[in-house]
Design a protein around this ligand. Sequence first.
Ligand SMILES: Nc1ncnc2c1ncn2[C@@H]1O[C@H](COP(=O)(O)OP(=O)(O)OP(=O)(O)O)[C@@H](O)[C@H]1O
Ligand SMILES: [Mg+2]
Length: 354
Amino acid sequence: MRAGLSHAPARMGLNVTNPLDQLRRCSVAVDLGSARTRVHIKQAGLVVDEPSAVAVNTFSGALIAVGTAAERMDGRTPGHIRVVRPVCNGTVIDIEMAQRMLRALVGTTVRRAWRRRGAMQRAAVTIPHNADPLARSAAVETLTGVGAKQVELVDTPTAAGVGCGLPVEQPEATMILVCGATTTQIAVLSLGAIVSATTVPMGGNTIHHAVVQHLRNHHELILPSQAVRPLHLALTGGNGGTTEVWGRDVATGMARTVCINPDDVRAAIEAPLIGLSDAIRSVLHNCPPDLVADLADSGMVLAGGSAQLPGLDERLRAGTGMPVHIADQPSLCAVNGLAAMVEGQIRPLGAEVH
Ligand SMILES: Nc1ncnc2c1ncn2[C@@H]1O[C@H](COP(=O)(O)OP(=O)(O)OP(=O)(O)O)[C@@H](O)[C@H]1O
Ligand SMILES: [Mg+2]
């Protein structure tokens, strides 16, 4: 299956023949992630990079906070406030909340600017490569609800590949892993299209939960979410030094600290990482041998926020025997790639084929 730039215009049934032309006519690029939402406006740059979170009053339905402010409230709210995450697994699961979040995040000034330029007439948005029709129409509906007349959908791995500066339009294989919060999308691209791909339900949140679960099972401690990051950082040390974290004792409910060895953390996250290496092998298995040969030299590039997980690159190198590189600014690869498409900075995909 080859599925690179895929389109689901707001007016369904339109026959799109030139994907890049359509994308160049977009003035806003949106990467709606489970963890973060990023919005690039043509000729204005990245105007939003905020957590995909909305805090609402459950009695009145009023919006209390969005983005960073809403995320800060998570886990600390009284009964009448709920923090909602309208995007899960890279797809919009609560269209109304996603629209309210986008409206609030882009703010009045930016909204005015994009209306002046007719920017919101056409919008491009990333979508997981295997998104089903429901997920596709949810993305389209979200964007049309905030003013877009037409919406172009672009596979996240293709956008991220472009954003990492990979030569995705060349007749050679490039492999990208988009390591998000809830999923990792693994894709081999050639001539601007996905040749083989899969999505693993494993991301930064999975690693986070594995560590929390380990502490609960082995140390009877419930970790607050901000205590997990120091444990991740301890993985880079690899010198056996311990890290002290505090949490709530499962039995007594009192706060206490515990010293954790990096090897314990490594063991806790081993299972999801094995799953990731297996998924990479299955993607390669479905690739033509010539493309696999290309990848033996070039290896894979890690994009997405979780690409920064300490030691992930080394673990994948050891698990697959392939070179592994981390993209510059991995969190921004998808939105930057989409931005390059709408700004007309890339050549037509497949243009090198004679
Ligand atoms: N420096 C870091 N070290 C480890 N993990 C990180 C770091 N920075 C971000 N992350 C993790 O990256 C994830 C967010 O990545 P990203 O912004 O690519 O996700 P997303 O696009 O919103 O999610 P998805 O693609 O799954 O919908 C979070 O799980 C976060 O914990
Ligand atoms: Mg993402």
